[in-house]
Design a protein around this ligand. Sequence first.
Ligand code: PHE
Length: 347
Amino acid sequence: MKQYLDKIKAAKTLDQLEELRVALLGKKGVLTEKMKALGKLDPEERKTAGLALNVEKQKITQALDEKKSELSLIEMNAKLAGEKLDLTLPVNQGAKKGTLTPMTHVMMEIAAIFSSMGFEMAEGPDIDDVYHNFDALNIPEHHPARERNASFFLEDSEFMLRTETSTVQIHKMEKTGAPVKIFVPGRVYRVDLDATHVPMFHQCEGLVVGEKITLQHLLGTLKTFIESYFEMDNVPVRMRQHFFPFTEPSFEIDTCYEKKDGKLVIGKGDNWMELLGAGMVHPNVLKNCGIDPEKYQGFAFGMGVERFIMAKYGITDMRKLFEGDVRWLRHYGFPANEVPTRAEGLS
Ligand code: PHE
């Protein structure tokens, strides 16, 4: 038996080892033949010889197994060493780099500006309940937005796709009470489609609640934001009285523009374009969130992000923003390394 064990030990490859296994334990292997020969012995002899043979078989099997794992490891290491990646190879210089969509870029610009003004970013669910989308925002029962053909409702349920990011005002105030200073970027959904309306679009909401918050704070904040975003000093803004159920008083904020060579120029001329809705938070909204309107006041505003993109970057068809046309993106997209740098507040 020793000679077999020696042979096993000396095997250099898995193939050699397999040959040995067949020669010893295979159908016509040495040990198999010996097993067969046992039948010819008389019962007493068969018992002792059989026992001895079994021990021999066990030892050989064990030796084969051990050698097999040893050789497998060696062969695998050799294979790995041969397959090493050469990290010094030059990268494919010709590969085309993608761009950030104007939507992504502008969302980051907006976030950077509000962050630098000390606003915290907040988010909420796209699918919300009727309470957060309407009731808590003081939107009356008969309001047209509640019509089933104006908003997207989930079948037979109290849930819907939110129609405005104002829902997050409620979520935030319910969660933390006052004071609050947040901006809320996000998607909203309405049943609408033409060159300037799409059924899914983006808003950025703002909400500040504290003691002694006034209309002056609202105006100052929006003026600073508009001037930072359009990278211009003294952009003329106009406040027009308006109505929103969740603010009182309510306003729309406009800025002036002119068209030059088919392009929009913001901050000049005598046309006015609506930029945002805003107002002082309605006492009912504060009450709905458990905040005492005698002690706290607040202002809120909401803007359509697509409108801001179109006004700053000269895009005329809103639908282009969502079509994913690579040629369009190559022209209007932004290199990924041009990320606005004031986004410390983002988390
Ligand atoms: N939610 C309003 C809209 O979608 C905008 C708005 C937000 C107005 C906050 C006032 C205060 O038109």
